[in-house]
Design a protein around this ligand. Structure first.
Ligand code: PLP
Length: 366
């Protein structure tokens, strides 16, 4: 079976370097924060083009901490999208704030800035644009709205390590950028991990306090924080993999372009990108009204195409309270989207095999 991602193959690709990095941490005797985490934070900050990067326990925690550091609290509202990983919305709920959903752009699946202003109220504190599937949200328009209404912008970069708008990386464009290192992400750990990036020294200090009980000095709390630290073993692994991230993203882009040329004329809607963006194809998402049928056909042939995501968050029981009008493109996309396998180690012959299967399917279902 070919799946959408395959983190074991990536581990095997860099096994020697990863094993030696893990062994270095085990022999150091430092198993919480320390030099390994600091070195990876410095390397990641440089890669993204910001002054500060703070390692945390997961992408969900990155969002939770970043929102809290931005002052989001009980009864505040945060605007985001409903076609996202539940984690984006869970982080808002963890702040006891209320998620408010804007619609998405049909072409790029990112937040439709035209629908944001209608959702702003006196309680709105922040916007979370999600760079979904590896495609950057329209940050210029989002930042313009945020400045006009004095809102914070917390980027959800969990699926977009290395994605760019012109020459700027996502994670360097809002007040804070939040990354996940879930194993299948473009930069994936061998377990959980996350990172917050920012250019703002004051915000970086608050983030550092929140991730460890509000401590500036050990045992003395300056504020009410909790525990969400990046594991040094994961930091060491991630520092190895960061060296290969651009190469891996190029490989994803190559696979995406092979899919796009092979699948043109099959009657599917293929992914597009905004002219000023570098898309890093965390996922290659096509659209077809025959989605379920095509997915079933591919499964029978040994290809597991997943749906990211089958049910928009505002339609899920724990988050279904409120007025969710106007999410037309979000609800339509959920019925049509299908993610084809894409990861740097996926063999080109397998990509071509998947293209041929889909071509056969569309010939028979014309
Ligand atoms: C868009 C998005 N936001 C947030 C997260 C949360 O990351 P994590 O799984 O590391 O908590 C994920 C990953 O699952 C994601 O895809």
């Amino acid at each position: 079976m070919i799946y959408c991602g395959n983190p074991k193959r990536q581990y095997l690709a860099y096994k020697k370097e990863i094993d030696s990095a893990i062994s270095r941490v085990l022999n150091s005797g430092v198993y919480i924060l320390g030099e390994e985490v600091e070195k990876f934070e410095a390397a990641f900050a440089e890669y993204i083009g910001v002054k500060y990067a703070i390692g945390v326990g997961s992408g969900t925690e990155a969002l939770h901490i970043a929102l809290s550091a931005c002052g989001v609290k009980e009864k505040d509202e945060v605007i985001t999208v409903s076609n996202t990983a539940v984690a984006t919305v869970a982080a808002i709920s963890l702040c006891a704030a209320k998620p408010v959903f804007a619609d998405i752009e049909a072409k790029y699946f990112t937040i439709d800035s035209k629908t944001i202003e209608k959702k702003i109220s006196k309680r709105t504190k922040a916007i979370i644009p999600v760079h979904i599937y590896g495609h950057p949200a329209d940050m210029a328009k989002i930042k313009h709205i945020a400045e006009k209404h004095d809102l914070k912008v917390v980027e959800d970069c969990a699926q977009a390590h290395g994605a760019m708008i012109n020459d700027k990386k996502v994670g360097s464009l809002g007040d804070a950028g939040c990354f996940s290192f879930y194993p299948t992400k473009n930069l994936g750990a061998l377990g959980d991990g996350g990172m917050i990036t920012t250019k703002d020294g004051g915000l970086a200090r608050k983030i550092r306090l929140l991730r460890e009980y509000g401590w500036e000095r050990r045992f003395i709390s300056e504020c009410r924080g909790w525990n969400s630290r990046l594991d040094p073993i994961q930091a060491a692994v991630l520092r190895v993999k960061l060296k290969y991230l651009d190469e891996d993203n190029k490989r994803r882009q190559r696979i995406a372009s092979i899919y796009s040329s092979g699948l043109s004329g099959c009657g599917l809607i293929l992914p597009e990108k905004r002219h000023d963006c570098a898309h890093v194809f965390h996922l290659y998402v096509i659209r077809t009204p025959k989605r379920d049928d095509l997915a079933e056909y591919l499964k029978k042939k040994g290809v597991f195409a997943a749906v990211h995501y089958p049910l928009p968050i505002h339609m899920q029981k724990p988050y279904a309270e409120g007025n969710f009008s106007g999410l037309i493109e979000t609800e339509k996309a959920a019925k049509e989207i299908l993610s084809l396998p894409i990861y740097p180690e996926l063999a080109i012959k397998d990509v071509k095999g998947i293209i041929n299967l889909i071509k056969d399917y569309s010939r028979r279902n014309k």
